[in-house]
Design a protein around this ligand. Structure first.
Ligand code: S3P
Length: 435
């Protein structure tokens, strides 16, 4: 039985070589931003190929609850924005589900609106730190409250006139940076945002391409008051989703896969560098640029891998791919160390613990530390794994299952729909098996 996208459990049997071409769904980060930027532009925007997972659906519902009309037209989502001033008070609490990007970007968007909005989410999201966005928004003049003094959602936001502030972020976070950019576009004066290491830069690339006053300089971002223009966008495929198939193709003997139309933003495809360091046969070919984002294909063939080290400034650019890379590490010869990655502990699950538990259940030796873990490569056996409700752990476990000989059961499977409801079907198309 292969994975069923709507059931609570999946089983995958290996070894399962993957062969062929695949376009994974639209990039989740770009999809969230497309909906939010379209909502604050004045005029009609169209986005084709938005991610269809629960996270992006939560952003769409949120934008609709702010009075912005979104309609489906021939595969496109059409958004009728009326500028920041067109956003209206929602008549109920906004439920962001599992989505950190939704809640944090919306907090920045709403920080300057003269309305009351309450943002909440599922149990996982309500345990994730919100003070990193609440503190800087308060410093700009917004009235934001939340549980435990503003550390956790639900967040209650009463927008106010904002003044520009220079922010020196203590952690590299694209979600926090993006919230402050959205607030900065509505503040008086020049807002500045500096981060300790570069995080993904979709917000600044897309907004600059849409004529909004957001500039990247050597010392960080500078934002003045202004609005993006409406746009037409074909959303490129999500490199974080592609990474699961890239790792699978690298580790399962006999695989040969090409991933089409992938967003090749350098802040998103550092997993390719890691796989290359491990000896993978992987090639990236840029083909075009859409709204400032490079797009192209990634071709991967199986081969022997060796352990590596992943740390320092590379970490923010591979953070979402670490569960998949950990599977590559398990299939590699020698040890792989992930360091400086304490942020993994505050993702959809504590990914240091959930990644280690997933690999341990499959016979791999793993040692965890406060800021990372070491994988002793060489073994991958079938077993029974729980995703812990984390979509990326579930998909990484499926990749491990294809590499191991025998059948692996994955419990709590349905969370894959957070980012990639089509995962099992796409896997079946590359493996020549039915989903
Ligand atoms: C995201 C930013 C990242 C990433 C998340 C999506 C975004 O989080 O882990 O899955 O779309 O801005 P950070 O805010 O920690 O960078």
């Amino acid at each position: 039985v292969d994975g069923d996208p709507v059931s609570g459990e999946a089983a995958f049997t290996g070894p399962t070589p993957l062969r062929g071409r695949l376009q994974v769904p639209g990039d989740k980060s770009i999809s969230h931003r497309a909906l939010i930027f379209a909502a604050c532009a004045r005029g009609t925007s169209r986005a084709v190929g938005l991610a269809r997972g629960h996270d992006v659906a939560a952003t769409r519902r949120a934008v609709e609850s702010l009075g912005v009309r979104c309609t489906d037209e021939a595969g496109a989502v059409v958004v009728a924005g009326e500028g920041f001033a067109g956003l209206r008070e929602p008549d109920d609490v906004i439920d962001c589900g599992n989505s950190g990007t939704s809640i944090r970007l919306l907090a920045g968007l709403l920080a300057a609106r003269p309305l009351l909005a309450v943002l909440t989410g599922d149990e996982s999201l309500r345990c994730r730190p919100m003070d990193r966005v609440v503190g800087p928004l308060r410093a700009m003049g917004s009235v934001v409250d939340g549980r435990d003094g503003g550390r956790y959602a639900p967040l209650a936001i009463r927008g106010a006139s904002l003044v520009a502030v220079d922010h020196d972020l203590p952690v590299a976070s694209a979600q926090v940076k993006s919230a402050l950019v959205l607030a900065g576009l509505q503040a008086e004066g020049t807002t500045r945002v500096r981060e300790p290491a570069p995080s993904r830069d979709h917000t600044e690339r897309m907004l600059a391409a849409l004529g909004a006053p957001v500039r990247a300089s050597a010392s960080g971002l500078e934002i003045d008051a202004g609005e993006p223009s409406p746009f037409d966008l074909e959303v490129p495929a999500d490199p974080s989703s592609a990474a699961f198939f890239a790792v699978a193709a690298a580790v399962v003997a006999g695989s040969d896969v090409v991933l089409d139309n992938v967003a090749l933003n350098p802040g998103r495809i550092a997993f390719v560098d890691v796989l290359r360091r491990m000896g993978a046969d992987i090639e990236v070919r840029q083909q075009h640029v859409r709204l400032g984002e490079p797009v192209g294909e990634i071709a991967v063939r199986s081969g022997p891998l060796r352990g590596t080290e992943v740390d320092g400034d590379e970490i923010p650019s591979v953070l979402d791919e670490i569960p998949a890379l950990a599977v590559a590490a398990a299939a590699a010869e020698g040890d792989t160390e992930f360091r400086d990655a304490a942020e993994l502990r505050v993702k959809e699950s504590d990914r240091i613990e959930t990644t280690a538990a997933m690999l341990t259940a499959l016979g791999v030796e793993v040692e965890t530390r406060s800021d990372g873990f070491t994988v002793h490569g060489g073994t991958l056996r079938p077993g029974v794994v729980s995703s812990g409700g984390d979509h990326r752990i579930a998909m990484a476990a499926a990749v491990a299952a294809w590499a191991a000989e025998g059948t692996t059961r994955i419990l709590d499977w349905d969370c894959v729909a957070t980012s990639y409801p089509e995962f099992a079907e796409h896997a079946a198309s590359l493996s020549g098996r039915r989903g």
